[in-house]
Design a protein around this ligand. Structure first.
Ligand SMILES: Nc1nc2c(c(=O)[nH]1)N=C([C@H](O)[C@H](O)COP(=O)(O)OP(=O)(O)OP(=O)(O)O)CN2
Length: 166
């Protein structure tokens, strides 16, 4: 075992690794209608075995991912950096304007996301980055990459991978 450099992978998916949210994306010069998805999330961690013979503890990985899912669940996913939306906030609400359309959401119903569009691709990237921030307080020196998949529907999913030092 000493000096073993074999790459392995652990994956968590299913169960409570999900969130149900409202969103719309802008694309092709249009703005979609407001609608919702029951999103599913999966996470893969790649690396070598640590001293406990784990790539990473499933239990911890599930807890961290679940917390991120909870912060998105039952909220409108607001892409704060979308160049096609005019955003105005008051103490209570977010106002979102796209051409003739105007939405008003209570802030408590909104997940404010530092992304430019709430595509599955950007949501996977956001979740991966949030997860890596949380993982920074663990010894992850054996890990080489983290991949997050966000499923919009059983037919469609986007992935984002971050390469770590390893
Ligand atoms: N690569 C991506 N393509 C699209 C995304 C995305 O996030 N990444 N998102 C959308 C839309 O947001 C939309 O929610 C999904 O569109 P679509 O699958 O066409 O619509 P339905 O969910 O109604 O699917 P049906 O299979 O027609 O029921 C578009 N593309």
């Amino acid at each position: 075992m000493a000096g073993e450099r074999i790459q392995r992978k652990v994956k968590i998916e299913g169960g409570y690794l999900k969130f149900s949210s409202a969103h719309f994306i802008t694309y092709g010069g249009k703005c979609e209608r407001l609608h919702g998805h029951n999103y599913g999330v999966r996470v893969e961690a790649e690396g070598t075995l640590n001293q406990d013979r784990l790539v990473f503890d499933f239990t911890v990985l599930k807890r961290l991912t679940k917390d991120i899912c909870r912060s998105l669940d039952h909220r409108f996913l607001l892409p704060l950096q979308n160049p096609h939306l005019q955003l105005k906030q008051t103490e209570e609400n977010w106002e979102i304007v796209y051409q003739e359309k105007r939405y008003l959401f209570p802030k408590e119903d909104v997940a404010e996301l530092p992304i430019d569009n709430s595509t599955a691709e950007r949501l996977a990237e956001y979740i991966c980055n949030e997860l890596c921030k949380q993982l920074a307080s663990f010894d992850i020196s054996n890990l080489t990459s983290i991949t997050v998949g966000v499923e919009e529907a059983p037919t469609q999913m986007a992935y984002y991978s971050l390469t770590l030092q390893g």
